[in-house]
Write a protein that binds this ligand. Structure first.
Ligand SMILES: Cc1cc2nc3c(=O)[nH]c(=O)nc-3n(C[C@H](O)[C@H](O)[C@H](O)COP(=O)(O)OP(=O)(O)OC[C@H]3O[C@@H](n4cnc5c(N)ncnc54)[C@H](O)[C@@H]3O)c2cc1C
Length: 357
């Protein structure tokens, strides 16, 4: 099989890969972006654009088209602790998105100078002068590729990370999400804690005519834990109805500085592939955009020292995510969480409609 040659191959066209492809200097590099998304199962995601991600877009003067938004937009999260039975509302300013449409819009910003191939990367290894990749394209045919640099922007279960950095261990949950037809209740966004079934959290959110319920669970018996939690939520007014779609994937949970892996020797990792995701909220779009921005700047300036520069630029983000491990303790440990919720700290009172209160 003859090999096709590139300077840089980016595996994965999510927010991290699409940002890097958009920002690399096309006069200096021949870039290939492998977009595996259309060939893979839909990625489960809450589809909420948090303030950090809004700020990352603002830095590029990017504004969101109406076509990626879904209804309703939300101003508060209803936090339900199934352990203590407490419910509190906390103000939040997220943008509610159709995640698939957001990714497609973002990919549309990549300039024509970048080659985009709808293909799955099957393998990657080091070879003379760079890297050899085997891919399968949308038509099912396999191709061999070669590049000087390779970038894994391929998400939590990164093939590049597993192939080139097998010693890097990541803590991970299995995230399960189901879609239902929305009922006629007041749409709301909720965050659910249930110490009996998970030491992470679950969520529910409305997206146009759909209602989504999802959660992150330890891999062992994750499906049973998910179903058990659904059962318990019926007592809190949740009506699930017929399951329209079930999705599952890995989601990473960094626990300290050793949970991040940015790469080595001309192989780089970005976004969630690098472990860059909030351990407290599981928010990862902002880290994906920021890490890709810093790597593009490092590669455009000086490819020889790109890794050192990328490490330097991303230090603040890694420290911030590490610090969130402490926040995570207050959120996820039943006793501190119960005390915080009992105190009402930072919460808002919700006045029921039509009572005149
Ligand atoms: C259930 C769930 C809910 C979440 N909710 C939110 C949220 O509301 N807000 C938020 O900010 N973050 C959320 N996150 C986290 C967020 O989805 C990720 O951190 C973010 O998408 C990371 O972006 P990325 O570009 O690094 O990776 P991804 O978005 O995962 O993109 C990776 C891309 O690589 C492709 N790919 C993977 N392997 C290959 C391969 N072998 N060949 C070719 N292509 C490949 C995939 O198809 C995908 O398109 C959630 C995560 C989960 C699991």
């Amino acid at each position: 099989m003859p090999e096709l040659n590139y300077d840089i191959i980016i595996i994965g066209a999510g927010p991290a890969g699409a940002t890097l492809a958009r920002l690399l200097d096309s006069n200096s590099y021949r870039v290939l972006l492998l977009d595996g998304q259309p060939l893979r199962k839909a990625k489960p995601c809450g589809g909420l654009l948090a303030p950090d991600a809004q700020k990352a877009l603002a830095c590029f003067e990017l504004t969101l088209p109406k076509s990626v938004l879904v209804s309703p937009q939300i101003f508060a999260v209803k936090t339900i602790d199934l352990g203590s039975g407490r419910i509190r509302y906390y103000p939040r300013s997220y943008v509610n998105l159709d995640r698939e449409k957001f990714d497609r819009w973002f990919l549309g910003l990549v300039p024509d100078s970048v080659e985009i191939l709808s293909a799955n990367c099957l393998s990657v290894c080091r070879s003379a002068g760079g890297f050899s990749l085997k891919i399968r394209d949308a038509a099912g045919s396999e191709k061999a590729l070669h590049s000087t640099y390779v970038v894994g922007a391929d998400g939590a279960n990164s093939l590049l990370r597993r192939s080139l950095f097998p010693k890097q261990k990541m803590d991970a949950y299995v995230s399960i999400q189901q879609w239902f037809k929305a009922g006629d209740r007041n749409p709301f966004y909720s965050c659910i804690f249930d110490p009996e079934t998970s030491d992470s959290c679950s969520w529910s959110i409305h997206k146009d005519e759909y209602f989504i319920f999802g959660g992150a669970f330890a891999a062992h018996a994750c499906r049973e834990a998910f179903e058990r939690q659904k059962e318990k939520l019926r007592a809190y007014g949740f009506h699930f109805g017929e399951v329209l779609r079930t999705e599952a994937c890995q989601v990473l949970r960094p626990h300290g500085p050793g949970s991040f892996c940015l790469g080595a020797d001309n192989a780089f990792l970005l976004g969630e592939a690098a472990g860059l995701i909030s351990p407290s909220s599981l928010e990862g779009i902002s880290s994906a955009i920021l890490s890709a921005t810093w790597l593009s700047q490092a590669l455009n300036a000086d490819p020889e020292h790109a890794l050192a520069q990328y490490r330097h630029s991303s230090r603040g983000l890694r420290m911030k995510l590490w610090a969130k491990c402490a926040k995570r303790w207050f959120m996820y440990e039943p006793i501190p969480r119960s005390l915080i919720m009992a105190s009402g700290l930072s919460s808002i009172d919700v006045i029921p409609s039509g009572t005149g209160e």
